[in-house]
Design a protein around this ligand. Structure first.
Ligand code: PRX
Length: 657
C-alpha cells in the first residue's frame, strides 16, 4: 500500500480542513477503455466550449414530438430547458423500443422476496402501462393531476409511474417504509387525487401492511377520490366500497393502447419528498425534457451501458435513485433492469449475490450503507457465488470510506470492475460528480470530477474558489435535470439553495479538492466538527476508523466538552467474529492519530451493533450528538429503527457511569 501522509493540512482560510490523505489509485484497464461507451476525453471540452449546443445534442437522442426552440433560459434561480419542445416520457421509455429489435427484450426482471419471479419484455411493459394509463383516465385522472403512489417494490410500481407520465399526471412516490402520518402529510401537501397502493409487501419474511397504513392516512386526506390496490398476496385488509378498486379488476378488458400526451418540456413529471436528516419534508419538483435528458445521458455515460447489459440498481423506487436509475434512465436507454422486492439478508446474507449470479447481472449500483453491511457480514457470503458477469460497480448516497471502496472493488468486483462513486441529490435529479469509467483514473473515496456539462466548485466562507483544500460544494451553472423548485414554496427554494452564496446553488455538502482536481465529498456541512479551531469533517475520522481491519462502520460526532470545547465521540460497528473491548478502543484511537493526526483523536469509543440511520440508510449523526451530550434525543421521525437509539442511549450511559 502506498505511504499515507499523517500530517494534517490546516490553513486558517480553509472552510473545512483536509486531513485524510488517500493515495491509492486505479486506472481503467486497456480492455475496458477500448470498449467503453465514452472513451474520448474531448467530451469535457465540448461541453465547456458550447454548453447549450452540447446539451441540445444529447437531448436530440430522445424522441420529441415538437422540437425545442431554445435550449436554456436561466434567470437565477429559475431554469427552463428545451423551451417549446414537446415529448412524452413513457413514449421515450417504451414506444420507441418496441418498434425495433428491443420489442421482446427483457425490460424488467423482477424477483419477489419469497422467490417469485416475473419478466416483462418491452412489449409487455408497453401494454401494461397503456392499460393502466387508460384505467387512470377512467378514474378521472387528467393531465396535471397529482397521483400518490405508496407501494412495495413490485412491477406495478414502475408501471404506475410510466402510466402517469403517459397521460401527463404528476406522480409522487412515497417510500413504502414510511408511516401513515408521513404518507398523509405528503398527500395533503400536493393535494393528490388518487392513491395507488398494495395490500402489502414482503420484507425480511414479514408482511408490510401497506393498505392498512394507507387507510390510516386516508382518514385525513380529503383530496383523495380513488384508491387503487395491487394484490400482492393474501394479506388481510379492508376495501372501502366506492373508493377502493382492485388494480387487476380495473385492468380487466381495458384497451392496451393509450395515446401518449404530448407534454411541454417544462411540464411537471413528478414530485418527490425529501427530508434529509432534518426538517419538514420538501416536495422536490422535476419536469419532463431536462430531467429525461439528464438521466438518459448519465445512465449511458456513467454506467457505460451496452445493449446486452443487465443493470441492477438496488435502491427502492421510493428514493430518487430508484426514479432515475431503476426506472427512467435505464428504460429510456432500452436496458434490461433488475428489480428486487426484499432485503439483502433474506433468507440469508448472500441474497444479492445469489441474484447477481442467477440473472448474470453486469452492472451493480448500491449504497455505502449496504457495502458496509456486506463488510460486516464477511467475505464468505459473496464467495458462495460466481460473480463473473459483473463488469462495473457503483455507489451513491453517502461518502464511501476508502476501505469500503477497496473491499467492494476486491470482494464483489474481483479486482477488475471499475467502481463509480456517484455524487448527486434528490434535487439534482441526475448524477453530477462521477468518474467516466473508460476515462477517469479512480481514487477510493473520491467521486472524482464533475461530469461533462457540470460546473461544480469548492468555495470558502466568502464564496471564493478553493483550488486545493476543503470547503463548500456549489454548482455554478444550471443542469438539465435540476429541481425546478419546492412544490408550493418558492421562497423556501430560494432560501434553502440560493441564499448562502448568491448566484450559486449550495449543495449543503462539504468537499475538498486535491492537487489533481479530484473532489472528495466530506458529508453534510451541518456535521462538520470544530475541534480546537480546526474544521474537521466527520467523514475523514470515520474513514480512518474504517481503515482498521476490525471495523466495518463508524460514525463520529463532535460533542461539547468543558475543557476542550469540542471532543470527538466515535460509535463503531465491528466486523463479525472480531473482539471489541478496551484494547481495541485504545488501538482505534491510536489508529486515527496515525492516519490523520492527534487533532482527530476520539475522546471515547462506543461499540455498537447498529447505527441510527434514515430509512434510506444515511447515518443520523445529530441523534448521536444528543446521546454523547447526554441530552434528550431530538426529532426521530425520519429514523428507520427507533430501537437502535434506545439501545445506544442505555449503552452510552452505562459506559459513562
Ligand atoms: O450528502 C450527499 C449524499 O447524499 C445527499 C443527497 O441525498 P438524497 O437527496 O437522499 O439523494 C441520495 C441519492 C442521490 C448529498 O447531498 N451523497 C449522495 N451521493 C454521495 C453523497 N455523498 C458522498 N458521496 C456520494 N457519492
Amino acid at each position: 500500500m502506498p505511504a499515507k501522509n499523517p500530517t494534517p493540512k490546516h490553513s486558517s482560510a480553509a472552510a473545512i480542513d483536509a486531513l485524510l490523505d488517500e493515495r491509492r489509485s486505479y486506472q481503467p484497464s486497456n480492455e475496458f477503455r477500448e470498449k467503453a461507451t465514452i472513451r474520448d476525453e474531448s467530451i469535457y471540452a465540448q461541453a465547456i466550449t458550447d454548453p447549450e449546443g452540447f446539451w441540445g445534442k444529447v437531448a436530440s437522442e430522445l424522441d420529441w414530438f415538437v422540437a425545442w426552440n431554445r435550449v436554456l433560459e436561466w434567470k437565477t434561480p429559475d431554469a427552463k430547458w428545451f423551451l417549446g419542445g414537446k415529448l412524452n416520457v413513457s413514449y421515450n421509455c417504451l414506444d420507441r423500443h418496441i418498434r425495433g429489435a428491443r420489442r421482446n427484450k427483457a425490460a424488467l426482471i423482477w424477483i419477489g422476496e419469497p422467490g417469485d419471479r416475473r419478466t416483462l419484455t418491452y412489449w409487455d411493459l408497453y401494454r401494461e402501462v397503456n392499460k393502466f394509463a387508460n384505467a387512470l383516465k377512467k378514474l378521472g385522472v387528467a393531465k396535471g393531476d397529482r397521483v400518490a403512489i405508496y407501494m412495495p417494490m413490485v412491477p406495478e410500481l414502475p408501471i404506475a409511474m410510466l402510466a402517469c407520465s403517459r397521460i401527463g399526471a404528476v406522480h409522487s412516490v412515497v417510500f413504502g417504509g414510511f408511516s401513515a402520518e408521513a404518507l398523509r402529510d405528503r398527500i395533503n401537501d400536493q393535494q393528490a387525487k388518487v392513491l395507488i397502493t398494495a395490500d402489502g409487501g414482503w420484507r425480511r419474511g414479514q408482511i408490510v401492511p401497506l393498505k392498512h397504513d394507507a387507510d390510516e392516512a386516508l382518514k385525513g386526506t380529503p383530496s383523495i377520490e380513488h384508491v387503487v390496490v395491487v394484490k400482492r398476496g393474501e394479506f388481510p385488509m379492508h376495501m372501502k366500497e366506492g373508493r377502493d378498486h382492485w388494480w387487476h379488476r380495473l385492468m380487466d378488458g381495458i384497451s392496451d393502447h393509450c395515446w401518449p400526451e404530448p407534454m411541454d418540456s417544462e411540464d411537471m413529471l413528478y414530485i418527490l419528498y425529501t427530508s434529509g436528516t432534518t426538517g419538514k419534508p420538501k416536495g422536490i419538483v422535476h419536469t419532463t425534457g431536462g430531467y429525461l435528458t439528464g438521466v438518459y445521458a448519465t445512465t449511458k455515460w456513467v454506467f457505460d451501458l451496452k445493449e446486452e447489459d443487465v443493470f441492477w440498481c438496488t435502491a427502492d423506487i421510493g428514493w430518487v435513485t430508484g426514479h432515475s436509475y431503476v426506472v427512467y434512465g435505464p428504460l429510456a436507454n432500452g436496458a434490461t433492469v433488475v428489480m428486487y422486492e426484499g432485503s439483502p439478508d433474506w433468507p440469508d446474507k448472500d441474497r444479492f449475490w445469489q441474484i447477481c449470479e442467477e440473472l448474470a447481472v453486469t452492472i451493480f449500483y448500491t449504497a455505502p450503507t449496504a457495502i458496509r453491511a456486506f463488510m460486516k457480514w464477511g467475505t464468505e457470503w459473496p464467495k458462495k457465488h460466481k460473480l463473473v458477469s459483473l463488469r462495473l460497480l457503483g455507489t451513491v448516497g453517502e461518502p464511501i470510506n476508502p476501505e469500503a471502496w477497496v473491499w467492494y472493488h476486491e470482494n464483489i468486483g474481483g479486482g477488475n470492475c471499475p467502481v463509480v462513486d456517484t455524487w448527486w441529490q434528490t434535487e439534482t435529479g441526475m448524477i453530477l460528480i462521477s468518474p467516466l469509467p473508460g476515462i477517469t483514473g479512480l481514487k477510493p473515496g473520491s467521486a472524482t470530477k464533475p461530469l461533462p456539462g457540470i460546473v461544480a466548485d469548492v468555495v470558502n466562507e466568502q464564496g471564493e474558489s478553493v483550488k486545493v483544500g476543503g470547503g463548500y460544494l456549489v454548482l455554478k451553472r444550471p443542469w438539465p435535470a435540476m429541481l425546478r423548485g419546492i412544490y408550493g414554496d418558492p421562497e423556501r427554494y430560494r432560501e434553502q439553495y440560493w441564499s448562502r452564496f448568491p448566484g450559486l446553488y449550495f449543495t449543503g455538502d462539504g468537499a475538498k479538492r486535491d492537487a489533481d482536481g479530484y473532489l472528495w465529498l466530506l458529508g453534510r456541512v451541518d456535521d462538520v466538527m470544530n475541534v480546537a479551531g480546526h474544521r474537521i469533517s466527520t467523514m475523514e475520522v470515520e474513514s480512518a476508523l474504517v481503515d482498521h481491519p476490525s471495523v466495518a462502520e463508524a460514525a463520529v460526532v463532535g460533542r461539547n466538552h468543558e475543557l476542550k470545547g469540542t471532543a470527538i465521540s466515535a460509535f463503531v460497528t465491528i466486523k463479525e467474529g472480531k473482539d471489541s473491548g478496551p484494547e481495541l478502543a485504545g488501538e482505534l484511537k491510536e489508529h486515527v492519530v496515525k492516519k490523520i493526526g492527534k487533532i482527530a483523536r476520539p475522546e471515547e469509543i462506543l461499540f455498537t451493533a447498529d447505527l441510527p440511520k434514515t430509512r434510506s440508510g444515511k447515518i443520523m449523526r445529530r441523534l448521536l450528538r444528543d446521546i454523547a451530550e447526554g441530552k434528550a434525543v431530538g426529532d426521530t421521525t425520519t429514523l428507520a429503527d427507533p430501537a437502535v437509539i434506545a439501545r445506544l442511549k442505555t449503552k452510552y450511559e452505562e459506559q459513562e457511569s
